[in-house]
Design a binder for this molecule. Structure first.
Ligand code: ATP
Length: 248
C-alpha cells in the first residue's frame, strides 16, 4: 500500500567507487509500523542498501547510480546522512560500535547528538533506554569496552532509542551473540516496535529468528532481491527452508 510506505526503493542500482556494482535493480517497500527482514548471505548487498537509505553510504564512495529512494514520498536518493537523521532515521551499524573508553552513560548521552548538534539533555532521556534495557542501569559507570557483547548490543540499541527515531535500521544485531541473548534482544525489538511506533528494517544472516519477528521479508543474493513475501509465508517457501533455515 503506497500510502503507508515509509521507505520505497524503485529499481535501485548502487555502485562503489564509480564502478563496482553492489546492488542491481532492487525495488522494495517498507510499510509504516512494520518490521522488515532483509536476508541473504555475506556480501549480498544488505548493508549497502541500509547505508543508502540512511545516507551514510555516500561517505564510503557509494552512490545510487540508477533508480530512486523515497522516504515518506520524498525523493531522498542523493541525500546525505545529516538530512536523513533530521528526518528521523537512525542506523545501527554492524559490529556494535560503542565508544570503548567512554562509560555506558557517556555512550548513551551520545545518542543526543543529531547532525552535529546536541540536544538539551534531560535525565528523562534515559527512561526509554531503561524501559527496554533495565540492565544498563546497573552498568552506567562501566567503560563500554568492558561490557559483554550482549550488553554492548543493548547499549547501541538504547542509544538509538534516545534519538527517538521513526525508522530504525539494524545491521546484523544477532552477530556473535548466544542464541538465548538473540532471542531476548529480538523480543525486545518487537516490544519497541509495538510500543514506540518505530518502523524497523533488520538485516541479518539469522533468517529464522529475523523472520520470526518480521512482518515482511526480502531475500537478497548477489545484489538482487531473489524472493519477497510476508514473513509467515516466506518461512514456508521451500527455497528458504533449504538454504536458510536448514529444515528442509
Ligand atoms: P555483510 O553481512 O558482509 O555486510 P552484505 O549483504 O551486507 O554482507 P554488503 O556489505 O552490502 O553485503 O556488500 C555488497 C558488495 O559490495 C560486496 O561485494 C562488498 O564487497 C561490496 N562493498 C561493500 N562496501 C564497499 C565499499 N565501501 N567499497 C567497495 N565495495 C564495497
Amino acid at each position: 500500500d503506497a500510502d503507508r510506505a515509509v521507505v520505497e526503493l524503485d529499481n535501485v542500482e548502487i555502485v562503489y567507487d564509480d564502478h563496482f556494482l553492489a546492488v542491481q535493480g532492487v525495488s522494495m517497500s517498507v510499510d509504516e509500523g512494520d518490521i522488515v527482514a532483509l536476508l541473504g548471505p555475506n556480501g549480498a548487498g544488505k548493508s549497502t542498501i541500509l547505508k543508502m537509505i540512511s545516507g551514510i553510504g555516500r561517505t564510503e564512495r557509494g552512490e545510487v547510480s540508477r533508480g530512486n529512494v523515497f522516504y515518506r514520498g520524498e525523493d531522498v536518493t542523493n541525500f546525505g546522512a545529516n538530512e536523513m537523521v533530521d528526518r528521523g532515521i537512525t542506523h545501527i551499524l554492524e559490529g556494535r560500535r560503542v565508544f570503548e573508553d567512554l562509560t555506558v552513560e557517556e555512550n548513551l548521552r551520545c545518542g543526543l547528538y543529531r547532525g552535529g548538534r546536541r540536544f538539551r539533555f534531560d535525565e528523562d532521556d534515559y527512561d526509554i533506554a531503561f524501559d527496554y534495557f533495565p540492565q544498563l542501569k546497573e552498568i552506567m559507570d562501566l567503560k563500554a569496552g568492558y561490557a559483554s557483547g550482549g550488553q554492548q548490543q543493548m547499549l547501541v540499541i538504547a542509544r538509538a532509542l534516545i534519538h527517538r527515531p521513526e525508522l530504525l535500521l539494524l545491521d546484523e544485531p544477532s552477530l556473535g551473540l548466544a542464541p538465548k541473548l538473540v532471542q531476548d534482544i529480538f523480543e525486545t525489538l518487537v516490544e519497541i516496535n509495538e510500543q514506540e511506533d518505530i518502523t524497523m528494517i533488520v538485516a541479518d544472516q539469522n533468517a529464522k529468528r529475523t523472520l520470526d519477528i518480521a512482518d515482511y521479508g526480502y531475500v537478497m543474493e548477489n545484489g538482487q532481491i531473489e524472493l519477497h513475501d510476508p514473513a509467515d509465508q516466506l518461512v514456508q517457501r521451500e527455497e528458504i527452508k533449504e538454504f536458510y533455515l536448514g529444515t528442509s
